[in-house]
Design a protein around this ligand. Structure first.
Ligand code: G3I
Length: 390
């Protein structure tokens, strides 16, 4: 997904943000549809007069309203983490950071901690995100130490550094992984709360997904990665993360079998991430997701929704109807999960439709909780309803 230069992003988004300020009150009115839900986030009440918008943006970049009703406040009232993916590029646009800190207490770097990006660009971008989280009392989930799939040209993050390839000896390959994990996890020891240690190792059809990790080290590469991460930071929560394994049956059963064996083998695994990249035209039922969360939690694992977004482009109907379907999907899935003991966090793969991987991967869509003007959508209120539900 290409991210335009900051200047263009700033100018375009600033204009959009002005639009938000003017439209802000409208959300308050819209929120009246859900009158029992606290009014819209403070940022919309802080912008009362257009001429003050500039000051307001300056003002809101310096303080994170702690008393305002927000997803963060609702999640913390339940002892839950609520998160978003964030990229360092977007942090340079003040309203992105202000909204991120106000609505979420859990930050996942979208790409800055991936092996190839660390190799190419060093730690500066990741340091910026970790520092932002610390400044706003947010926890960080490092993502991801091992993305266990072959290179997918649509996903740069799946590329391995040049120095690990099919010609690398097993000993050198193992050494490279050890150095990568010990260095990266060690650098953020005490600053990163949890790590997606291994991502997407289970094949969509059967067994483990073909990858250089599997070719070189065999199935044991998964346990080895968790062990290396635990050596580097014994206090970090170590997670196995995957997609398409949210409900019951098929791949979900294979992920369950994998993590059950890791637990039985005393591998230092502490949690599972269910990515939840779903299409509102067909997704696992809330009941099946809850049943899956329950069985994973019964293994003693903390369960996360780790990357939720809900595509609506193919949903029949007009925009309003699409957005209502999306609200219900977010509400039903999150509501089912938060009721399960052992469910730890719901993380969305971004929070504004102005920046989602979906657009470049699947085509233009509006999969997230706030629109491109940073205005809460019905989906936002669906998640709020889920967090406030009994
Ligand atoms: O680093 C460059 C930057 O220098 C340049 O200015 C910019 C524009 O060209 O591109 C930047 O890199 C891109 C990066 O996203 C930041 O936008 C990469 O080319 C691009 O491949 C990368 O895509 C990410 C993708 O993983 C691959 O790493 C997406 O943002 C990210 O949303 C996506 O997230 C994955 C999870 O890690 C795993 N689960 C699936 C999920 C969606 O694919």
């Amino acid at each position: 997904m290409s991210v335009p230069s900051v200047a263009k992003t700033d100018r375009r988004n600033f204009l959009k943000y002005i639009g938000t300020a003017a439209a802000g009150v409208a959300v308050g009115v819209a929120a009246d549809r859900y009158s029992w839900i606290p009014s819209s986030p403070a940022i919309l009440t802080q912008t009362t007069r257009t001429e003050r918008v500039t000051d307001t943006i300056t003002e809101t970049t310096t303080k994170t309203p702690s008393c305002s009703p927000s997803l963060r406040a609702a999640a913390e009232a339940r002892g839950l983490l609520i998160g978003s993916a964030a990229d360092e590029n977007s942090l340079r646009y003040a309203p992105f950071g202000t909204t991120l800190a106000r609505e979420f207490n859990f930050l996942t770097p979208e790409w800055e901690m991936k092996w190839i990006f660390i190799t190419q660009r060093g730690y500066e971008a990741a340091d910026t995100l970790v520092k932002f989280a610390s400044n706003h009392q947010m926890k960080v989930k490092g993502h991801t130490l091992i993305w266990a799939r072959g290179f997918d040209p649509r996903l740069e993050g799946t590329r391995l550094p040049d120095y690990v390839n099919e010609n690398t000896s097993v000993a050198d390959f193992r050494r490279a992984i050890q150095e990568h994990i010990h260095t990266l996890v060690g650098r953020y020891r005490g600053k990163v709360y949890a790590w997606d240690v291994v991502n997407e190792a289970v094949d969509d059809i059967e067994g483990l997904r073909k990858s250089l990790f599997l070719d070189k080290l065999g199935e044991g590469f998964i346990a080895e990665a968790f062990q290396l991460a635990h050596e580097a930071d014994p206090d970090a929560l170590l997670i196995y993360n995957d997609y398409g394994a949210e409900g019951m049956g098929g791949k979900s059963d294979r992920v369950y079998t994998l993590v059950k064996k890791l637990v039985a083998d005393n591998v230092p695994i502490h949690g599972v991430g269910l990515q939840m990249h779903i299409n509102a035209t067909g997704y696992p039922t809330a009941e099946h997701v809850a049943a899956n969360v329950r069985r994973l939690a019964a293994l003693g694992l903390k369960v996360n929704i780790s990357e939720m977004d809900v595509r609506i482009r193919d949903v029949p109907g007009d925009t309003q109807q699409k957005l209502e379907v999306q609200r219900q999907v977010y509400r039903d899935i999150v509501s089912a999960c938060v009721k399960v003991k052992g469910f730890m966090a719901a993380t969305f793969w971004g929070f504004t439709d102005a920046h989602s991987w979906v657009d470049s991967f699947y085509g233009p869509d509006d999969p997230l909780l706030l629109d491109e003007y940073y205005k809460p959508k019905p989906a936002y209120w669906g998640v709020m309803e889920a967090l406030l539900s009994g």
